[in-house]
Design a protein around this ligand. Sequence first.
Ligand code: TYM
Length: 338
Amino acid sequence: MTGYSGPMRVLSGIQPSGGMHLGNYLGAIRKFVDLQHEYDCLFCVVDMHAITVWQDPAKLREQTFHIAASYLAAGVDPNIAAIFHQSGVRAHAELAWIFNCVARLGWLDRMTQFKDKAGKDKERASVGLYTYPVLQAADILVYKATHVPVGEDQKQHLELSRDIAGKFNHDFKVDDFFPLPEPLIKGPGARVMSLRDGTAKMSKSDASENACIFLKDDADAIARKIKKAKTDPEPLPSETDGLAVRPEAANLVGIYAALSGRTDAQVLAEFGGQGFGVFKPALADLVVDKIAPIGAELNRLEADPGYLAQVLEEGAARAAAVADPIVRDVKEIVGFLV
Ligand code: TYM
């Protein structure tokens, strides 16, 4: 963060493009719950990012409430952290345009997520999908956020945000106007893998519904998915080295460690030498114990969209009060009439 001396602030966001899953929970939301007591926090439902690929409008609204309800159900307190929808704070779009003129095409050409999402037919991808990481930089820097809790898959986007902040500061000769935001990635759960393929990230868009544990899954669904999880025939190793070439085993041990607050080594000290016939039921009990109560609270909150709308509206007003003066300063720096 070099010489930046502004307040410490946390921002993160989740796309309302599908059901919230264990990867989102362990990689992101769970960290939000702890961070809210340490920092000034803003947690966003990034609906503008979601529409970079087609979203059914009615479903988009429903999913926006789903993400907001997930934040709350996991323990984010709207009286402490601002919970809001990205499109409810205009400053994101305003700063994104200015950043589109700061970021270089070559930087965006290197973004792996665009390549993955656009696939072979990139001529048909939306322009928004291409400039997606620029909007993400605006999400963060419009609040001068200094810390960004995310899963490992967001690392490259965070590096781009730092590059944009640095280039803006440099080009306009405003040293340390923007902080260079620090990603908060480390810790167990930063990369939860598919239950059907230990080399692929757990993702809401996985073709097999058994690949992904959703926060809304009930105890039976959770137990069934873990029972069906792909494994190998060997018993668990006693040392973490033994997980190196066993991605599925490593993933399940990692999930157990993340949810029980232990290290992989501690989990293997207990389960090493045991087969999956013993480990899977223990893991299923743990996941049910930790996730099912969140799912129940999520269902309760989703039944009250009026309350969720109020949380988002109040959160958006709080967020705008932080962002608007920053965007005003940016416009002045750039040479716009303010
Ligand atoms: P999204 O919506 O794909 O995911 C939301 C958060 O969940 C994390 N995550 C995972 N963590 C561990 N294992 C997994 N399998 C897994 N899958 C997802 C993601 O790393 C993320 O933290 N571009 C972002 C949204 C965004 C954003 C922002 C994030 C927009 N603006 C500003 C931070 C700051 C995204 O698509 O996340």
